[in-house]
Design a protein around this ligand. Structure first.
Ligand SMILES: C[S@@+](CC[C@H](N)C(=O)[O-])C[C@H]1O[C@@H](n2cnc3c(N)ncnc32)[C@H](O)[C@@H]1O
Length: 328
């Protein structure tokens, strides 16, 4: 079994040199499992749809050799900068390092930016990175005082501020329900509209908590009452489900027969889409699933990395194309 965690030692753990001189700790989730399911071939071409801090990518890069190619995507310019640094050939390995191409783009554009049938594997580790989440100035966390931003792409037009302070009550309730699966969406939307202007993440968390905390749930029990509302706004602002739909549609075109698709998701909306796409892929003779049930992190990993707790990995192999457009 490959042990990329070991191979990329020295690149792991706390990362320094993040934009703004900030310091973030980041451990790639389900790293060994992802690498094993990708079945990395030396000399192959792999797409990391979600570079983040380059944790999975740096492990992939160490296995590709000089004939190999790694193509990475991220919407976030800060993440790209970090990943670029991390994916520079280490001292003494320049001759053995793959070609690296990084795109500041959504993985929804994969079909336009990666040649059809060229990838031996595509990895997507969905959602927000620890760098984004832990940086209060990005506005993803309800536990810190920050601006209402939540944009993964800092150049995107729509931010959480517009959603929270400008959307009408019924649109707000609908999106909190659809993307947060929050049963108390109407009550929360009403409270948000009444409390406008909402100035910060902490202010939003306080308004939502007051509206959403069930009378019989004591403080400190269960998930934070603002969790689902923050999730919903983030998913909406970043078009996360539309982008995932486009990625899942493009994957059979981009991955060559025998190649792999590996997706790590963090909430049920994402996981359902991945599961459905793989199920439809079986029907259409496009994918052969490698995971009957999603793979989850070990107790050891979740003890070390709380983000791994909700991770679910699904993987599939691209089937051969037979005859004129027929698959086998
Ligand atoms: C969970 S992190 C990936 C962490 C990465 N696997 C690592 O080991 O460092 C997800 C990353 O995907 C990026 N992302 C999310 N949605 C995206 C999309 N539609 N297109 C491109 N990047 C996206 C986020 O900006 C974030 O940096």
């Amino acid at each position: 079994m490959t042990d990329p965690g070991k191979e990329s030692e020295g690149n792991e753990g706390a990362l320094t040199g993040a934009p703004g001189g900030k310091r973030f700790s980041h451990a790639p989730v389900l790293l060994n499992e992802a690498i094993d399911f990708l079945a990395i071939k030396r000399g192959g071409t792999y797409v990391d749809a979600t570079l983040g801090l380059g944790g999975h990518s740096s492990a992939i890069a160490t296995l590709l050799g000089p004939e190999g190619r790694l193509i990475g995507f991220d919407k976030d310019t800060n993440a790209l900068e970090m990943a670029r640094k991390r994916l520079t050939a280490p001292e003494g390995r320049q001759q053995d390092w793959p070609e690296i191409t990084l795109h500041h783009a959504s993985y929804a554009e994969m079909a336009e930016l990666v040649a059809p049938g060229s990838a031996d594997g595509v990895l997507a580790d969905l959602g927000v990175s620890s760098m984004q989440f832990d940086d209060a100035s990005r506005g993803f966390s309800f536990q810190a005082e920050g601006p209402l931003d939540m944009r993964m792409n800092p150049h995107a037009e729509l931010s959480a501020d517009q959603v929270v302070n400008q959307f009408d009550e019924s649109n707000l309730a609908d999106l909190i329900y659809e993307f947060g699966e929050e049963r108390r969406s109407r009550r929360i939307a009403r409270a948000i509209v009444r409390a406008r202007p909402i100035k910060s993440t902490a202010h939003l968390a306080q308004v939502v908590s007051a509206a959403a905390r069930p009378m019989n749930q004591p403080r400190g029990k269960g998930i934070h009452p603002a969790t689902l509302t923050f999730q919903a706004i983030r998913i909406y602002v970043n078009r996360e489900l539309e982008d995932l739909r486009a990625l899942l549609k493009a994957a059979p075109t981009v991955v060559k027969p025998g190649g792999r698709l590996v997706v790590i998701s963090f909430h049920s909306l994402e996981d359902r889409m991945v599961k459905d796409a793989m199920r439809d892929g079986v029907r259409d003779e496009v994918w052969q699933p490698l995971t009957k049930k999603p793979v989850i992190a070990t107790d050891e990993e979740t003890a070390e990395n709380s983000r791994a707790r909700s991770a679910k990995l699904r993987a599939a192999t691209r089937l051969e194309v037979r005859g004129r457009g027929r698959k086998k």
